[in-house]
Design a protein around this ligand. Structure first.
Ligand SMILES: [Mn+2]
Length: 243
C-alpha cells in the first residue's frame, strides 16, 4: 500500500488497472467505479460531513464528491431545496442536508448558512485538492435564459456575481439572497467563482441556470484527472491556506 496518506495517490498502476486512494480525516475507503474500456479506476470516495450550529441556524451537511447525484435536502425553504437538488443532480455530488433555521425572521440566515455548510463539506472532502482538474466552466441555457459559470478550486475565495433580477421575490424567497448563498459557498468551498447571467427574462430560469452552471462547472473541476492523479494542480505545489 502507498505510504503517503494524504491526498489522492496512485497505489498500484498496472497495464490493466489504476488503483488510487484518497485519505479523508484519517480514514481510508476504497471503491471501484465502473471501469472505462481499457482500465479500471478505483477511487476512494471523497466524503465529508459538517455540522454547523449557531443561535440562528442548526445545519448538518454531508457530501459525496464521487457520487451519482442523489440527494436528500430539507432546509425549510422550498426554493432553496429545489436549487440544491439541482446542484446535486447536475454535479453528481451526493448531498444530504438538514437545516433548522430562524425562518420566523426571514430566509437570510438559513440561505447563507446552508451555503457555508455545503461549501465547507465540499472543501473538507477535497482534502489537499491533489489530483483534481481544478478548473471548470459551463454555459447553461434555460429557454430564453443563458448563464455562464467559471470556477477555480483555488482555495482563494472570490465571487464575481453579475446576475440581476427583475423581481424582488420568487415565491417567499428574496431574490437578493441568491448572491448571499453563492458568496457563502465560494468562501467556504475555497472557490474563485464567476457567475454571469448573459441574458434572460424569467427570474426562476435565471437563478436555476446559476445553480446548474455551478453544478456542471464543479463536476468538471473536482473530477480526478488520471494524467496527474497524485499531483496538486499548481506550480506552487499546494492549493491550501493563504497563497
Ligand atoms: Mn425550476
Amino acid at each position: 500500500m502507498e505510504k503517503s496518506l494524504s491526498g489522492f495517490c496512485i497505489i498500484e498502476n498496472t497495464k490493466a488497472m489504476i488503483f488510487a486512494g484518497h485519505i479523508i480525516a484519517g480514514s481510508f475507503q476504497f471503491v471501484l467505479l465502473k471501469p472505462p474500456r481499457s482500465c479500471q479506476l478505483g477511487y476512494v470516495m471523497r466524503t465529508a460531513t459538517v455540522d454547523r450550529n449557531t443561535k440562528e441556524t442548526r445545519i448538518s451537511a454531508s457530501v459525496g464528491l464521487d457520487g451519482t447525484g442523489t440527494y436528500d435536502v430539507r432546509t425549510g425553504i422550498g426554493f432553496i431545496d429545489h436549487m440544491l437538488e439541482q446542484l446535486s443532480r447536475h454535479s453528481l455530488i451526493d448531498l444530504s442536508l438538514r437545516a433548522d433555521g430562524d425562518l420566523h425572521i426571514d430566509f437570510h440566515h438559513t440561505t447563507e448558512d446552508t451555503g457555508y455548510a455545503v461549501g465547507e463539506a465540499v472543501s473538507q472532502a477535497l482534502g489537499d485538492r491533489a489530483g483534481i482538474r481544478r478548473y471548470g466552466s459551463a454555459y447553461i441555457p434555460m429557454d430564453e435564459t443563458l448563464t455562464r459559470v467559471a470556477l477555480d478550486c483555488s482555495n482563494r475565495p472570490y465571487l464575481v456575481w453579475k446576475v440581476a433580477f427583475s423581481r424582488p421575490k420568487l415565491g417567499e424567497m428574496d431574490t437578493e439572497l441568491f448572491k448571499e448563498w453563492f458568496q457563502a459557498f465560494a468562501q467556504s468551498a475555497g472557490l474563485t467563482l464567476h457567475v454571469e447571467n448573459l441574458y434572460g427574462e424569467n427570474n426562476h430560469h435565471i437563478v436555476e441556470s446559476c445553480f446548474k452552471g455551478l453544478a456542471r462547472a464543479l463536476r468538471q473541476a473536482i473530477e480526478i484527472d488520471p494524467r496527474q492523479a497524485n499531483a496538486v494542480p499548481s506550480t506552487k505545489g499546494v492549493l491550501g491556506g493563504s497563497l
